[in-house]
Ligand binder design. Structure first.
Ligand code: MG
Length: 249
């Protein structure tokens, strides 16, 4: 397994990519409203990325047809934007990657469409909190399992489950680099985190069982039991101090 330690120049490019991803996600959050088609969000994404002169990471990746992944309610990740209308009460995960000077930034947020149920709100808050808990554990010298376990504990202690078949990942010149970063694990296990590693942490949290199924388009991943799912992601740099979140505006 080869873990790539980034140079200062590479980190600068990733900071720039991360800033752009965060800025575009902010625009999408403000624009999102009931009655909108999910493909409208993808169109806005392309317009914003074009203004900034950068390319989307996902478009064309293994044939993925859009720049933004839009996953609604029981869809966990990799939803293809299309004709689906967003309704009041839906939760929508927006996952975006962008490439700057050859380096990727990758982030996701789950957004409420209008008023959502208390259960949905708790789920979204838990997924966001799990990401924070994972980041808080991503210290130089800690083990990867410490990050995974922090996420898993945060989620399961609130009565929800973490998806197992899909994980966070190293990121840099490639969108998916070593190592995989599972959202479940054991304290003290796995590789030791080192300064200069860049990881995309991305808890995917289900209200029901952790089991998943693949949708008929062979892209979208859904909860097997039809329960709601929420997803948050940041690209994070391991430093010799506090972990640095790169996907911030
Ligand atoms: Mg990712």
């Amino acid at each position: 397994m080869s873990i790539i330690i980034k140079s200062d120049r590479e980190i600068a490019a990733m900071r720039q990519a991360g800033k752009i991803v965060a800025a575009v996600l902010e625009v999408l959050k403000l624009d999102l409203r009931p009655g909108m088609k999910t493909k409208e969000l993808d169109i806005i994404t392309d317009q914003e990325l074009e203004k900034l002169g950068v390319k989307a990471s996902f478009k064309g990746y293994r044939g993925f047809p859009a720049s933004l992944c839009v996953s609604v309610n029981d869809e966990i990740v990799h939803g293809i934007p299309g004709e689906r209308l967003l309704n009041e009460g839906d939760i929508v995960s927006l996952d975006l990657g962008a490439i700057c000077n050859g380096f990727h930034g990758d982030a996701a947020v789950t957004v409420a469409v209008g008023e959502i149920s208390p259960q949905a709100r708790k789920l979204v808050q838990t997924a966001e909190g799990a990401l924070k808990a994972g980041i808080a554990a991503a210290f130089c010298g800690a083990r990867l399992g410490d990050v995974s376990a922090a996420i898993q504990y945060y989620v399961e202690s609130r009565g929800f489950s973490v998806v197992r078949e899909y994980t966070g990942h190293g990121i840099g010149r490639e969108m998916h680099e070593e190592p995989q970063v599972p959202n479940f694990g054991r304290l003290g296990e796995g590789l030791k985190l080192k300064k200069g590693m860049t990881l995309a942490l991305e808890p995917m949290v289900n209200a029901g069982s952790w089991r998943t199924r693949l949708g008929s388009d062979h892209w979208v991943v859904l909860t097997a039991d039809g329960s709601l799912s929420a997803h948050f992601e940041h690209t994070v740099l391991i430093t010799d101090g506090e972990p640095e979140v790169l996907t911030v505006a």
